[in-house]
Design a protein around this ligand. Sequence first.
Ligand code: GAR
Length: 211
Amino acid sequence: MAKLKIGAIASGSGSNLEAIIKSCEDGILKTKASVEVLICNKAGAFCMERAKNHNIPYELIESDKFLHLPREEYDERMIKVLKKYNCDLIVLVGYMRLISKNLINAFNGNIMNIHPALLPAFKGLHAHRDVLEYGAKVSGCTVHFVDVESDHGPIIIQKCVPVYDTDTEATLGSRVLEWEHKIFPKAIELFCDKKLSIAGRLVIVDGDVNL
Ligand code: GAR
């Protein structure tokens, strides 16, 4: 069977991108998927180095240069690139912007995002800080399908981790990140194996999610 073609969109370091690339190269996605292209919206972001190191093409489409445009027009530029590479699934790996309905429709809703908290709690850009300030005793990470609302679409996988009294944003962040690197490839594998179906807000997973 043909491998699923993944297009990735990132803004930052790209450790989730790298976890997915490695799963495709030599892990659970080896026979199932490949990362075809990275789009990055931030000049100098390390995710592009990671793509380069794995011989994956990347394009920088600097969002700061297009702030005068409606989001749809910025997203059109991304759609063009993702279509050029015939992507079947789009993964948002630390992409710190909202996406438009046009982008979602262009890929029939086959867009996944990872968020570093247990949605619907602690949405937004500072999840770990917000978890610590709130005094929550558990946190975690969530992979979900994307809709037009931020950190909102139907949930595919969540993983819970403890929060300790001594935690800082950095220690909590790295505990959560370790699981992000496992649940995102797993969610993609379930998608490749056609084990995900959506009923309203519910993602029905056919079988067990063994991590
Ligand atoms: C990850 O923790 C991801 O969950 C988060 O950004 C980080 C990117 O790290 N995404 C969001 O907060 C989106 N709302 P990475 O660049 O090393 O993958």
